[in-house]
Design a binder for this molecule. Sequence first.
Ligand code: MG
Length: 382
Amino acid sequence: MARVAVLIVAAGKGVRAGGGVPKQYAPVLGQPMLRRSILAFANLADTIVQVVIGDGQADRFAAAVRCLDVLPPVVGGAERQDSVRCGLEALESRAPEFVLIHDAARPLVSAAVIAGVVDALEKGAEAAVPLLPVADTLRKREGVRWITVPRAGLLRAQTPQGFRFSSILRAHRAHAGQNATDDMALAEIAGIAVVAVAGEETNIKVTNAEDFAVAEALLSARAGETRIGSGYDVHRFVAGDHVWLCGLKIPHDHALEGHSDADAGLHALTDAILGAIGEGDIGLHFPPTDERWRGAPSWKFLKHAADLLRAKGGKLTNCDVTIVCERPKVSPHRDAMRARIAEILEIDAARVSVKATTTEGMGFTGRREGLAAEAVVTVRVP
Ligand code: MG
């Protein structure tokens, strides 16, 4: 049973200016806004994520959350309040202690804001909402005149808005049809005391084309971290007429021995990716004692590592594979190998390098007893 449920409201039908795609699925710096909003909660322990989507958006949703650990989506209602209630009802059987209700349109929410909300709930608050003061002078048109509205005491509410789950579910059931624009408003109607926590100016609600530009600029400025991983693998030559190398079947006067297809190039590369994200090694994920992987094509191992990287919101920047052997000759296959690796990793072939060297007749590779491969990757993770 997860302690915290994250409920993301993504049921809007509004499209990005000039886009034609519902706003929450429009890309923000290369990733759908909804995906970024979900990933903002990735480091919160013991959570489940429920997304409320619009009718007919299931395919877009599936594409946007690929490889992420989220519950099946629920379809929302006509107004935001209806959509939130649908999400809360779907979560009821999972009985979370707290729920954080968040707009998909706030992909920039920081770990600090999220932690502030959770912290207040853990300290006993029934509701906690990030609030910010109003800096601009407020004006209101009255007839032909402009009235200055005193801004002292005025605050802006952001999301995620956190609640004791049972309290906000009860409030939604008791006060349906209020058309509340956020859950804090409903909490107030229901008499739930709300604790204010610090919001952030950068936690913007992406609404129009200008907001997209601001969000992308903020994300670019927020440096993720670059990580490096390395991998090394060796397989022995045995009798046979072909080898698998970097995803290609290459005719040769020997084969490589191994539990899988013995593709040392892809094994080294898989280990390099796993190494960069601290996910152990290929043997941990695909034990050689497991019959399922007997004769398995190694692209499956590499794809699994790439999926794990994506699930962390990471991106592979480049990879460099070096094959160490006297034979077979690698250079005639180099471009096809790069293309195949790029295809498996779903990246541009310009980010993939395959090189080869001999050991001048020395050592086990020089004696043609086996073949070695090493790989280095750099990845970018949030
Ligand atoms: Mg191997």
